[in-house]
Design a protein around this ligand. Structure first.
Ligand SMILES: [Zn+2]
Length: 471
């Protein structure tokens, strides 16, 4: 069997792992995840790079979860001639229905903006290219086939697939593939996808897999430990209480899928436990609203504590005044609220979307608070706020930063080093080989060495991108 790492090797995005197996004299080829490269100067050229084989040669795709860095190039692959099935969980498919068309829409908007700037003589260099259209996003959605957690699907002679909950986001899965090649023993290959943090809100803990021959494990935080949830809660309680007492507003920029729902559940849970007073919360992002409704729909896939919190809220709807903003006019009406509101809006790094209006309106007043809960990339507006800029430029205007800016960690969707090791300890005997992927080089190398030192597994590799490994 051969594995070639087409992405997420030496970096966190572009997850694509190609597997080739010889079964009944025929080469079966499948790919686990087909994600977009994001950020960094080389991302756009890598997204346009042709595959080392024809898309028609791929028998099927296995998708661990819906995040764009794992799913975002599927429409392009289907447009290029891949016609096979894409196996994913039910919740992943529902999230893809939100995320893939949105990705197509954002790409088109980027191209149109660049064209306008070029016409005005303000654009130098090549124009961006849309990787796929709305119609092509639909092609990929039509090729998805749903497989529930814990059910074995016989994909073809010699290959079975089973998904287990990875506890990362709604629908996230660890993919377990049993592969029996000609003249060989059955091999179990486990692809971690992205592994969630044990004990985190909303999602259950990642499932332990007792046995594997080949493991491909993520390492986003392979060299770091997260703050505890208790610390995160204490910080959040303090900021919310102080701001509400000072009659200010709280603005929380948050990624629409995952983070928004986590913050909502955390706030409701703190009210339930009597640690926060009655709250008025507005969720102002159409995508966040859709993702929150999906979370409610897949209620039975959440962890037990969050199910209890949700049931409590259904019985006590007056405890938290929760409103979802539908149109732009309603969104603008929020500008009139001078105090007492919690506004959760996207984008998570404050670069686009309705959050920019809320920042423009709330940054100039010192009684307001901005709570940053996610990673802020260098160059983003969110990063400038975290770095204590005295003023920021929004819609062509200088806006003074008088509101207090708070960074609250501990809400990561990824396991930290201890969490990854804990999950790996679930294998009762050392796998024949472990590939450490999906991390910056330092994070992957540190995790690989820690696995060798602490678990005493010998064969742990950090694969190179585009290189093929026999196993
Ligand atoms: Zn992910």
């Amino acid at each position: 069997m051969q594995i070639q790492f087409l992405g997420a090797a030496g970096e966190v995005t572009g997850s694509r792992h190609s597997v080739e197996a010889l079964i009944q004299g025929r080469t079966i080829r499948f790919i686990v995840d087909y994600g977009m490269f994001q950020g960094g100067r080389e991302a756009s050229s890598k997204n346009l790079e042709p595959l080392p084989f024809a898309p028609q040669e791929i028998d099927f795709i296995v998708l661990t979860h819906a995040h764009i860095d794992h799913s975002g190039l599927l429409p392009r692959l289907c447009a290029q001639g891949f016609t096979g099935p894409i196996y994913c969980t039910d919740a992943s498919l529902e999230l893809l229905k939100i995320l893939l068309p949105d990705s197509a829409h954002l790409q088109r908007a980027d191209v149109e903006r660049a064209q306008r700037r070029q016409k005005a003589g303000k654009w130098r260099g090549d124009l961006p290219v849309a990787l796929y259209s709305m119609e092509e996003a639909q092609l990929a959605l039509d090729q998805c086939e749903v497989l529930p957690y814990g059910k074995v699907l016989h994909l073809c002679d010699g290959i079975d697939l089973e998904f287990h909950n990875a506890g990362h986001i709604l629908g996230s899965a660890i993919a377990v593939l049993d592969i029996t090649e000609d003249h060989a023993q059955k091999k179990r290959c486990v692809f971690s996808g992205d592994i969630g943090m044990k004990g985190k809100l909303l999602m259950p803990d990642p499932t332990f897999i007792p046995q594997a021959d080949v493991v491909v494990v993520e390492s986003t935080y392979g060299d770091r430990l997260h703050k505890s949830l208790e610390n995160t809660e204490a910080e959040l309680i303090e900021v919310v209480r102080n701001t509400l007492n000072a009659r200010g507003n709280i603005v929380i920029p948050a990624f629409a899928v995952g983070r928004t729902q986590e913050i909502l559940f955390l706030l409701i849970d703190l009210v339930k436990r009597g640690l926060l007073p009655h709250l008025s919360i507005w969720v102002d992002s159409p995508m966040a609203t859709a993702a929150t409704h999906l979370t409610q729909r897949f209620f039975e896939q959440l962890d037990k504590e969050s199910q209890a919190t949700f049931r409590w809220y259904q019985k006590n709807p007056g405890a938290v005044d929760l409103r979802f903003i539908a149109d732009v006019e309603e969104s603008k009406a929020l500008n009139k609220i001078r105090g007492g509101a919690i506004i959760i809006s996207a984008s998570g790094m404050c670069d686009a979307g309705r959050i920019v209006h809320h920042l423009q309106n709330n940054l100039p007043r010192s009684q307001n608070a901005i709570i940053i809960t996610g990673f802020q990339a260098y160059g983003s507006l969110g990063r400038r706020l975290v770095d204590k800029a005295a003023k920021v430029r929004l819609f062509g205007e200088d806006v003074p930063v008088k509101a207090s800016i708070h960074t609250i960690g501990g809400l990561s969707a990824h396991a930290d080093q201890a969490g990854l090791l804990d999950w790996l300890r679930g294998f009762r005997s050392p796998p024949k080989v472990v590939f450490v992927v999906h991390g910056e080089p330092e994070a992957s190398v540190v995790l690989a060495q820690t696995i060798r030192d602490e678990l005493e597994w010998n064969n742990v590799l950090v694969p190179e991108r585009l290189r093929t490994y026999s196993c």
